[in-house]
Design a protein around this ligand. Sequence first.
Ligand SMILES: C[S@@+](CC[C@H](N)C(=O)[O-])C[C@H]1O[C@@H](n2cnc3c(N)ncnc32)[C@H](O)[C@@H]1O
Length: 244
Amino acid sequence: MDPIEEFNSERQQAIEEMRKDPHLAKLSSDWLLASSRYNYVRNFKWLGRPIIQIPTDIVALQELIWEVGPDLIIETGIAHGGSIIFSASMLEILGGDRHVIGIDIDIRKHNRLEIEKHPMIKRITMLEGSSIDSGIVNQVKEYAKNKKSIMVFLDSCHTHDHVLRELQIYSQFVTEGSYIVVFDTIVEFLPSQLSSDRPWGSGDNPWTAVQEFLKDNDSFCIDKSIQDKIVLTAAVDGYLKRVK
Ligand SMILES: C[S@@+](CC[C@H](N)C(=O)[O-])C[C@H]1O[C@@H](n2cnc3c(N)ncnc32)[C@H](O)[C@@H]1O
């Protein structure tokens, strides 16, 4: 067998066995729960800016961006800017005319200043407002005109209604073969007290929004191969691939 094929096939077999391992599944969910008590997800930076993601999700996004090669990435939820700077740095490596649009209802002054000073700002446009506001969506439509390959990451307000609306709006931009990634679907599987100070929780979160969105939409399917291989993810059932 060709050595590359052999490597891929062995890896695929191990992932398949890993997927069926209840011990690893239990350890992983216990670990996610235990680390979430310390806000583990806040512990990392990308090129100097805090990125609020689990590292394995960042690696998965890196693979997706490299494989799909989008010329536009739309992100809802900027916070400290780490995720838009991550996306912009990937587009910088891909080269050519590629851009990130980040949308946040509240871009804090200190975060905006740091993002604007960052070398990756050359590939970033920030829009301030709600991701479901028609004025914001109209601006995104302008940026999306004539783009060949578009990817979307949703990581803003995590209530069912908000994420469902985001899915309905932003899924339209996603090109065939590309992805819309919905973060914090994991809320469905964590104890409610962890989100007791938030308007979302078990039964009302990004995971429930994805389930409802997929009921009426056969253009997207959950790409389980991603969560199967990374195991530790905040986007359980949240890697949605546009298949038609
Ligand atoms: C989890 S943080 C985003 C983290 C960021 N994607 C990262 O990985 O570093 C969520 C952000 O969503 C923003 N947000 C909340 N409601 C929003 C809305 N309706 N529209 C847009 N952004 C919103 C918050 O202001 C906050 O900065």
